[in-house]
Design a protein around this ligand. Structure first.
Ligand code: FAD
Length: 467
């Protein structure tokens, strides 16, 4: 009997360092490289994230064709796709990487009823089940999690699997559905070559200044690898290996510290994945039950102003425009925008979480939820609720000359730096001198920060008083 396996591609759209693929290759005479375009990926996803996914699949298909096979695409719920395939061919098993969202886990349980499904661990370097406290419980605070993470062995280049040079053929007669049309997401070309080039370029350069530059919005000091990690065009192990090699080769304590700070960010990614695995209900509400009664405002106009980059706070609006135009936002920007929505507008963080998922090219349920709960102060490991970002101070600190602001809000480019952050502080005469009319080219602030701060402190206090 011919032994047929499925390589079920989900968050591992790559050939290199792919354990699920290699396991499938080693165990089959015929191989179906399968991707299922489930409704969640097509209907609910941000257009730029969808385009990224489709381009990545198209690129993977080309790589597969060079190895004499091709991608088999099915649209619709995974269950129907598997039932249909299992009805058409005698499929022995499927291999995939384990995913941790409640949706994925339920889906995988259903598929395991149809055929043997082997789930391999690897969308993070250290699987959520393996970084635990000594008593076997999961960590809920980042720093001890991180210490444990680093105390475990780190990978070296020999651990990364090479690309397969030959692949088993497809079963004869198998058909694939057509990949839907897409317009490539311009800022993030979704190809294996681009992913490798970005990784190499970052490891060969910017990583050495990461700690010093990562917070400055105009400096582009971060890797911008998040969509590539999100969809697995790069494996977590490969990325961590490269960073670890750079760390070992660095010739000063200062350089090592810059690199270690970047690795810490990859550990945040693993931490939030672990949180989602162990506490799936974070997708439903606050991690900390004492914050489930925050009296959020129901202020649709304010939410709309935030979404439409019309808050009148230039740094916030610049961040929201970066998101709108590129599908990506700088991490400092995400924190500023999230703090503004939750603390200045006292709007439920879940509205922001939802908006980010509808727009981010790297939208990832675990990282996004973690970031929002951190910003709202409701999460695992949060700044205390009384630490409220002042959007103007944040702008002055992390975009001192307003360069990032005017990149995205060019209406303010003729103003000197101090007014780029607070245009409302200009006198009428000054404004006229710059050809600017207050509230005309750019809106006035929709809320006074000092007032909003007091309102939020009172609201959080009242929630803590009424557990
Ligand atoms: C409100 C909010 C929402 C967020 N939503 C997402 C999201 O949907 N998807 C996402 O990948 N990240 C999210 N982040 C985390 C972070 O902002 C992005 O990962 C980062 O900005 C991506 O840019 P980069 O690749 O240049 O990161 P770098 O600074 O170069 O970091 C390297 C990698 O580490 C990971 N990473 C970095 N910071 C974090 C973090 N705080 N939490 C988890 N992983 C991290 C990412 O995979 C990133 O690509 C969110 C943060 C906040 C505050």
């Amino acid at each position: 009997m011919t032994d047929i396996s499925i390589w079920w591609i989900r968050r591992d759209i790559r050939l290199q360092d792919n354990h699920a693929l290699i396991s499938a290759v080693e165990n089959s005479d015929q191989l179906i490289p399968l991707f299922i375009l489930e409704p969640q990926l097509m209907v609910d996803a941000a257009p730029k994230r969808r385009a990224f996914l489709l381009q990545a699949l198209s690129d993977l298909d080309q790589q597969l064709q060079m190895l004499g096979t091709r991608l088999i695409l099915r649209q619709g719920p995974a269950r129907s796709a598997f039932e249909k395939l299992a009805g058409e061919f005698e499929i022995c098993r499927a291999f995939a990487y384990e995913d941790y969202s409640p949706f994925s886990r339920q889906r995988d349980q259903a598929i395991a009823q149809i055929l043997p499904l082997y789930l391999l661990r690897g969308i993070t370097y250290h699987p959520p089940q393996e970084i635990l406290k000594d008593d076997g419980n999961p960590y809920v605070v980042f720093t001890p999690y991180k210490n444990k993470w680093y105390s475990e062995p780190l990978p070296n280049p020999a651990d990364c699997l090479p690309d397969p040079k030959v692949l088993p053929p497809l079963p004869s007669g198998i058909t694939s559905q057509q990949l839907p049309d897409f317009v490539p997401a311009g800022d993030f070309p979704a190809t294996a070559d681009e992913a490798q080039a970005r990784l190499e370029s970052f490891i060969g350069g910017k990583i050495r200044h990461y700690q010093s530059r990562r917070n400055f919005l105009a400096q582009d000091g971060t890797s911008q690898l998040s969509p590539y990690l999100r969809f697995g065009l790069l494996s977590a192990r490969e990325v961590i290996t490269q960073a670890q090699m750079a760390y070992i080769q660095a010739n000063s304590t200062a350089a090592r510290s810059e690199i270690r700070t970047w690795m810490d960010e990859l550990v945040w990614r693993e931490f939030y994945t672990a949180i989602l695995h162990h506490f799936p209900n974070v997708l439903e509400g606050p991690f900390r039950p004492d914050y489930k009664n925050i009296p959020w405002r129901d202020a649709p106009d304010d939410l709309l102003a935030w979404q439409n980059d019309e808050t009148g706070y230039p740094i916030v609006d610049a961040c929201m425009r970066q998101l709108k135009h590129t599908g990506w936002m700088h991490n400092r920007g995400r924190m500023i925008a999230a703090s503004f929505l939750t603390k200045d507008l006292l709007t439920n963080w879940q509205a922001g979480e939802d908006w980010f998922m509808k727009n981010l090219v790297d939208g990832d349920p675990a990282a996004n939820n973690g970031g929002w709960q951190w910003s709202a102060g409701t999460g695992t490991d949060t700044a205390p609720y009384f630490r409220i970002f002042n959007p103007v101070t944040q702008g002055l600190k992390f975009d001192p000359d307003g360069d990032y602001i005017v990149r995205w809000v060019p209406e303010l480019q003729d103003l000197p730096p101090q007014y780029r952050h607070e245009p409302w502080k200009m006198s009428k005469e000054d404004a006229q001198g710059f050809g600017f009319t207050l509230g005309k080219q750019y809106p006035l602030p929709i809320v006074d920060h000092a007032f909003a701060r007091q309102r939020t402190l009172a609201a959080y206090k009242s929630a803590r008083g009424n557990p």
